[in-house]
Design a protein around this ligand. Structure first.
Ligand code: TYD
Ligand code: MG
Length: 456
């Protein structure tokens, strides 16, 4: 007899538990764990008895049947995908609600349909008229795109299986789909997993690209895209601040290309526009005469990106001074502060510290350490960095400033954007005539720049 076992699953990351608990140990989210019913038929039977069919084994040098990649025509999307869509692949696009996932995919499908590709857009969230109105606003009126508004997985798969397989299918969003053979409500971990599994098998079977939209959810009411990350071929996250017009599409997993590649977009009244030169955009309002600001010459994926790092350091009388960070890792900030205190005697322990990466970009490179330190010391000393200066370098716990990769590319991009000086690790100076290089061996060299008379 079928026995129903209770198990508990985190809706954010998919971790499974035997008992309910308030906080997920895997992803540290609160209230995301919910009950999941799994039907288990008695004891597991083992595979003995019935014989399976033969699996076709091939050698590595057998000729590859590779269909060419499909370019969407939206250059930044193709870049984040590692050079276009791979036929038969399943791609997950995650992001906060309202960030622009539907807009991006509708634009991409419109472009592809205009090029004569067979594309289907299934929306489970909006009515046909709403999608049509949005398409009109995006300048896609008359694009030969097939549109469907449906949430039943069975009906969607039946439609997709009719006739010749389409080239690309968009499912917007996975959390609205409903498989009628699964008991739980749409958006639960079991529903999301089953629906995604069926769609991925469809992609592999028919060679169609399936793009799945997944909302990131904070409150755990519906399952988030992390539950699906391991099932799909490519995972892209669409990030950005709703207050800013910049949007960043970041590849976090890609079976057909590099990760860490980013695509940069700008949200305008007429949809998303690609930004081919992100540095110019991130530095648009940069004022180099203000203390507390430093320009970091970073590398995102395969290209250099310049961003402004802003810091505010203020003396505090509180026992636990405030530390607030936007766009950078708070643990890393604590480390840089500790190194500046211990190795250069700056006395930041009694200060409130605020750090912000301008433009809504999230910086993950350790090479930003030196730029963060420069912004902090500049704010503390109220001395601005020299004009037209970029900073980069990794700070070690010993206080050494370590070399980072791709020095030439960073300097070249800086020179291109009109910067004439670079403060960089002294061990890794490069041949670059256009830019004056000032090497730093230890954090003390950086501090000496702002406190030439020493710290009192
Ligand atoms: P949407 O693509 O619906 O977000 P998601 O699918 O990720 O939930 O984007 C909605 C936001 O984008 C909405 O706040 C309005 C804005 N927007 C524009 O600014 N310009 C446009 O042309 C469109 C279509 C949307
Ligand atoms: Mg949407």
């Amino acid at each position: 007899m079928a026995k129903v076992l209770k198990s508990y699953v985190c809706g954010s990351c998919g971790a499974a538990y035997r008992k309910w608990q308030g906080k997920c140990d895997e992803c540290n989210e609160w209230n995301t764990i919910e009950e999941e019913k799994a039907a288990v038929s008695g004891a597991p039977k083992g595979l003995s008895g019935k014989k399976g069919s033969h699996v076709n084994l091939v050698s590595l040098d057998e000729p590859i049947e590779e269909a060419p990649r499909l370019l969407t025509g939206i250059s930044e999307l193709d870049r984040a995908l590692g050079g276009g869509l791979v036929p038969g692949s399943a791609i997950l696009i995650g992001g906060d609600p309202g960030i622009g996932k539907s807009t991006l995919l509708l634009q991409a499908m419109g472009e592809l349909a205009n090029k004569g590709e067979d594309c289907i857009y299934i929306s489970g969230e909006e009515a046909t008229a709403q999608v049509q109105m949005r398409a009109n606003r995006l300048g896609l009126k008359g694009a030969p795109l097939k549109l469907g508004c449906e949430t039943s997985l069975r009906d969607i798969l039946t439609t997709l299986d009719e006739g010749k397989p389409p080239k690309v299918v968009v499912i917007d969003s996975i959390q609205t789909l409903f498989a009628d053979h699964v008991e739980s409500a749409p958006g639960t971990v079991s529903q999301v997993r089953v629906c995604a599994h069926e769609l991925i098998s469809f992609a592999k079977r028919r060679g169609t690209v399936v793009l799945i939209v997944g909302h990131v959810t904070k409150d755990g009411q519906i399952a988030g895209p992390r539950v699906l990350e391991h099932m799909v071929d490519t995972v892209l996250y669409f990030e950005g601040d709703r207050g800013h017009q910049f949007r960043i599409l970041r590849a976090v997993k890609n079976r057909f290309g590099g990760t860490d590649e980013i695509g940069v977009f700008e949200m305008t009244g007429g949809g998303l526009n690609v930004v081919t030169n992100p540095s110019a955009l991130f530095l648009a309002d940069h004022n180099s005469r203000e203390p507390g600001s430093a320009v970091f010459a970073g590398i995102e994926g395969s290209r250099p990106v310049l961003v402004e790092i802003q810091a505010l350091v203020a003396r505090s009388s509180a026992a636990n001074p405030r530390r607030a960070v936007v766009g950078w890792d708070s643990g890393r900030l604590a480390m840089v502060l500790a190194v500046l205190d211990a190795r250069a005697g700056l006395g930041l322990a009694g200060c409130d510290v605020y750090l912000n990466v301008a433009g809504g970009l999230k910086v993950t490179e350790p090479a930003a350490d030196a730029a963060v330190a420069a912004a902090l010391i500049s704010s503390l000393s109220q001395v601005a960095l020299p004009e037209e200066t970029v900073v980069f370098g990794e700070i070690a716990l010993s206080g050494d400033i370590r070399a980072v990769s791709q020095t030439e590319a960073r300097l070249k991009e800086s020179a291109k954007l009109g910067f004439s000086r670079a403060m960089l690790p002294s061990s890794k100076k490069a041949d670059a005539d256009a830019i004056q290089q000032q090497g730093m061996a230890r954090v003390g060299d950086l501090v000496a720049h702002f406190f030439p008379e020493g710290i009192e």
